[in-house]
Design a protein around this ligand. Structure first.
Ligand SMILES: [Zn+2]
Length: 128
């Protein structure tokens, strides 16, 4: 398993980022940069990234194989944006603590789709 932030730059910038995600399975948070993919996917993406005319599609393919950043969870990625959670719950911290389980608000409507795919953030280089 390798984090997407270690992918070749053009690709990591597409699929990674500094936004926090909340895992629907383990209820913990991590950044887009810390989402992991299996080694085979990672290697393939690295191999194709250099000459790929369409990094967006490659990024999509990588994200389809993406998994929760916590090794003891590691389920296929189903997340919500932390900012969305905060907007709904209110009393959540701006920056979630790593490893802490944040419970889902009870009156929350079911989120229809994972909100991870469309990043396009440019300001993610050199993030922590
Ligand atoms: Zn998880």
């Amino acid at each position: 398993m390798k984090p997407v932030k270690d992918l070749p730059e053009g690709l990591s910038r597409r699929v990674g980022g500094t936004r926090y995600l909340w895992c629907e399975e383990c209820h913990r948070t991590f950044t887009e940069d810390d989402v992991v993919v299996d080694d085979a996917t990672f290697d393939k993406a690295t191999m194709y990234a250099g000459g790929s005319p369409n990094l967006d599609r490659l990024g999509e393919a990588v994200m389809m194989r993406a998994r929760c950043a916590y090794p003891d969870c590691n389920v296929p990625l189903r997340t919500r944006l932390w900012s969305t959670m905060r907007a709904r719950v209110g009393d959540l911290p701006e920056v979630p603590e790593a490893g802490v389980r944040y419970e889902e608000p009870e009156d929350a409507p079911e989120a229809a789709v994972a909100e991870t795919g469309q990043t396009g953030s440019v300001a993610s280089e050199g993030s922590c």
